[in-house]
Design a protein around this ligand. Structure first.
Ligand SMILES: Nc1nc2c([nH]c(=O)n2[C@@H]2O[C@H](COP(=O)(O)OP(=O)(O)OP(=O)(O)O)[C@@H](O)[C@H]2O)c(=O)[nH]1
Ligand SMILES: [Mg+2]
Length: 315
């Protein structure tokens, strides 16, 4: 017999400095002493957002002000089958006070100092390492020397991730450019993702690879030997396939008309939200005609962030 699914809302409190909050599970509960994101079970008829607000008030005495719907994870525990609805909480009122004898700690993405973590949460922690802005290179329009100038400026300005995507270049020229970009980015600790070419990404020791949607759909397994693997998608079936393969993130678009796709089919925020609201375990970036100013809209509609091509290199 299949067990009923227990719906759970959990809040990832994120501070402006990027640190996020973990709580320890109180004595007497399953997995006592494990670390988790504060939250709990939905009551009958209750929405995930309402449950989040209630649980965070009950467990830590705060009032949620801004919460973005984020990742969804299903997990089979010995005690229950759970569907976890994670929110990123960026604003709250009141002081965080443990109400159930639990401990709270602030942690830096990718640098956890506490253990063990509830096993369902592994992809959630990975998701926290991903930036809200994914910048995509634009040598094609700017030319190499101007592009490198703007890249240098963004690197000193704190850019954290970069996707190198120049489909107009032959493989050898692309590889040469990639070597230069990796050398420039390395001192800044920036993660560089190589578009289309897992083999080249491995050869260059890049952080990962980003797959085009036809490549994604032709795969039965996640490419090996790369820390980060993402893919471009255009709808639910592609997104579901990326999630099944255990990819780390996906792009979903096209959101709005762009100079390169002036009159193609676009999703708009409504279409984007409808697809993402099915609930995926991987972070989804909105792409297509966006700028950093669209980040709040992307997050309100269930996205993790925005992928920017032209807008990443302006000014
Ligand atoms: N709160 C929370 N629960 C999680 C996380 N990850 C995860 O697998 N779970 C699972 O979700 C389920 C429900 O969580 P909970 O024990 O906090 O529920 P609750 O606050 O309503 O507790 P209660 O049943 O004592 O009233 C548990 O099976 C727990 O193992 C997480 O990050 N936060
Ligand atoms: Mg709880």
């Amino acid at each position: 017999m299949t067990r009923p699914i227990t719906h759970v809302a959990a809040g990832v409190l994120v501070r402006d400095d990027g640190e996020f909050l973990l709580g320890s599970r109180p004595e007497g509960k399953p997995y006592a002493g494990y670390w988790e994101f504060p939250g709990g079970k939905l009551e009958p008829g209750e929405s995930a957002l309402a449950a989040l607000k209630r649980e965070l008030n009950e467990e830590m005495g705060i009032e949620v002000v801004t919460a973005y719907p984020w990742l969804t994870q299903e997990f089979i525990y010995p005690h229950a089958t759970v569907r976890l609805h994670f929110f990123q909480v960026t604003r709250w009122k009141g002081e965080i006070q443990p109400q159930e004898g639990q401990q709270f700690v602030w942690q830096r993405p990718g640098m956890l100092t506490v253990a063990p973590m509830l096993p369902a949460n592994t992809p959630i922690l990975r998701g926290l390492e991903l930036p809200n802005e994914m910048a995509i290179s634009n040598v094609a329009e700017l030319g190499e020397s101007e592009y490198m100038r703007r890249l240098a400026r963004r690197l000193t300005g704190g850019l954290r991730w970069l996707m190198l995507r120049e489909p107009h270049l032959e493989r050898d020229d692309f590889a040469l450019l990639a070597e230069k970009v990796l050398a420039l980015a390395k001192p800044f600790g920036v993660r560089v993702i190589i578009n289309r070419d897992p083999e080249l990404a491995r050869q260059l020791g890049a952080a990962g690879v980003h797959l085009r949607s036809p490549q994604l759909m032709a795969l039965q397994e996640r490419p090996e030997g790369l820390d980060w693997v993402g893919a471009s998608t255009h709808g639910g079936p592609e997104l579901a396939h990326a999630a099944r393969l255990g990819l780390d993130y996906a792009f979903l678009g096209t959101l709005q008309p762009t100079p390169s796709h002036p009159d193609g089919d676009t999703l708009g925020w409504g279409g984007f939200a409808r697809i993402v609201s099915h609930g995926y375990t991987l972070p989804v970036y909105a792409i297509g005609g966006l700028s950093l100013g669209d980040l709040p809209a992307a997050r309100q509609h269930g996205g993790h962030g925005v992928a920017l091509l032209r807008a990443a290199w302006n000014a």
